[in-house]
Design a protein around this ligand. Structure first.
Ligand code: URP
Ligand code: ZN
Ligand code: ZN
Length: 463
């Protein structure tokens, strides 16, 4: 069935206009004034609403064996939560450990998602070791449509790679035209600091941030940028959390290194004092890089406003309170992660756009269009244009509410953003022309989501 959305105000990364949108066979086929509705067309009146291109979360963890446990969401729960929050596509980190076979890991992650996601999805392929079979395996994975890699400079002996492995990954990525995303913290320094604090009896969650200080993240960011500069590869720093790392990344961008920057929802809105709370409360706020001192917030918001920070993701990674308690006596055992897939769009709108910290077009750009462009999804996703997939968010800017774990769809027993005010939320969300969400409720088809095969975006790849 076709769909006509009338009288809405279309807001993209670069334009704003009142227009109707007509959708046939999953894609937008017409945009214009007073479009007629042929018989059997589903009509939505979007008067008073903003219409955004479906939002893309470029960094989520759904299936994740990590720190002796598993992240809590399934593809079903995470995708429903994503859609209710206006995210119509996510890119999941496929994360086999250093001891696993990469190709087996890739097939496992694809199987977990297949038929279970209500929204479209893709993967970044983590390269957690580099041996004689790795190049052939990665070529196979890229040919299958997963055209972005991930390296962890942190998590020694689990996901982490050494400099030689990072060099080999980036050299291959450059050849294939594949972008490489990176978690930038110096693993050796983290491990030394952790041991030193534990030896002094400093075991609580308040020691997590001091064990991974801003300097340690700046070093990782600088090293990644230097490796990009040397290999000519294209890179993307994930979850950049603080001013010193931003300064290093800005300098690299300034001298022409092909580097993009992502910061994630928790680092804009939360700070390290939350992890310093006693009892189980502090455990809930452990992620890496850690929540930082509040003075970093201004640097992140102004970096986002200017476009120095390209994208906003979530690093969605839910562990419940029982799981967090695995590290109650030793902060190095607290499963790292804070969920946010359901809250990113609404909170960045309320705390960013409505609060006057970022322009509405930058908001659309950072949460939809830039991720699509950087990861080979544009203009299929990230745009409202004839020929684009009809992934649309009809957003009610007059809605008022609060974030609350009691009503969330993410599979977790707390929400790190509990009590934050919402000033607007999606009232209708479509995935390729099908209404999946209406007024905060999922009303759609659970298995609708498709794996998105992506071409490498690198201009000069020679395969
Ligand atoms: O704390 C985090 N960020 N958990 C997920 C794994 C990662 O480093 O992205
Ligand atoms: Zn990470
Ligand atoms: Zn992550």
């Amino acid at each position: 069935m076709s769909l006509l959305i009338q009288h809405g105000e279309l807001v993209t990364a670069s334009s704003r206009q009142f227009a109707d949108i007509y959708v046939e066979d999953e894609v937008i086929t017409r945009i214009g004034s007073n479009l007629a509705a042929p018989p059997d067309t589903e009509v939505i009146d979007a008067r008073g609403k903003l219409i955004f291109p479906g939002f893309i979360d470029p960094h989520v963890h759904i299936y994740l064996p990590f720190m002796s446990t598993f992240a809590k969401d399934t593809h079903e729960t995470a995708s429903v939560a994503a859609l209710i929050g206006g995210t119509t596509t996510f890119i999941e980190m496929c994360c086999p450990s250093r001891h696993d076979d990469a190709l087996e890991g890739y097939h496992l992650w694809k199987e977990k998602a297949a038929g279970s996601s209500a929204c479209d999805y893709a993967f970044h392929m983590s390269v957690t070791h580099f041996d004689d079979s790795t190049e052939a395996q990665l070529r196979h994975i890229v040919a299958d449509g997963t055209s972005s890699f991930k390296v962890f400079l942190a998590y020694k002996n689990f996901f982490g790679v050494d400099d030689a492995e990072m060099y080999q990954t980036l050299t291959l990525a450059r050849k294939l035209g594949v972008i490489t995303t990176a978690h930038c913290e110096n693993a050796e320094l983290v491990s030394r600091l952790q041991s030193a604090f534990l030896a002094q009896g400093k075991t609580g969650p308040e020691w997590h941030e001091p064990s991974r200080p801003e300097t340690v993240e700046a070093e990782g960011t600088n090293r990644f940028a230097t490796f990009l500069e040397t290999t000519g590869a294209q890179g993307y720093v994930v979850h950049l959390s603080c001013q010193p790392a931003l300064a290093v990344a800005a300098r690299a961008k300034g001298r022409g290194v092909r580097l993009s920057i992502e910061s994630v929802l928790p680092h804009f809105l939360l700070d390290k004092s939350l992890a310093e709370q006693p009892g189980a409360e502090g455990l809930k706020y452990i992620m890496s890089p850690p929540l930082r001192d509040r003075r970093n917030h201004d640097a992140l918001w102004s970096g986002l406003a200017s476009g120095l920070i390209d994208t906003v993701g979530t690093d969605h990674c839910p562990f419940d309170v029982e799981q967090k308690k695995l590290g109650a006596d030793n902060f190095t055992n607290i499963p790292n992660g804070i969920p946010g897939i359901e809250d990113r769009v609404n909170l960045m709108f309320a705390q960013g756009v409505t609060a006057g910290k970022i322009d509405i077009h930058r908001f659309v750009d950072a949460l939809s269009t830039r991720p699509a462009q950087l990861f080979g999804l544009y203009p299929r996703k990230g745009a409202i244009a004839v020929g684009s997939d009809a992934d649309l968010v009809i957003f009610d800017p007059m809605y008022r509410g609060k974030v609350s774990a009691a009503i969330q769809n993410t599979n977790n027993d707390y929400n790190g953003f509990e009590g934050f005010s919402l000033k607007g939320r999606p009232s209708v969300v479509t995935v390729r022309g099908k209404v999946q969400v209406r007024d905060g409720a999922f009303i759609g088809e659970k298995g609708r989501g498709r794996f998105l095969a992506r071409e490498p975006v690198g201009a000069d790849h020679d395969a």
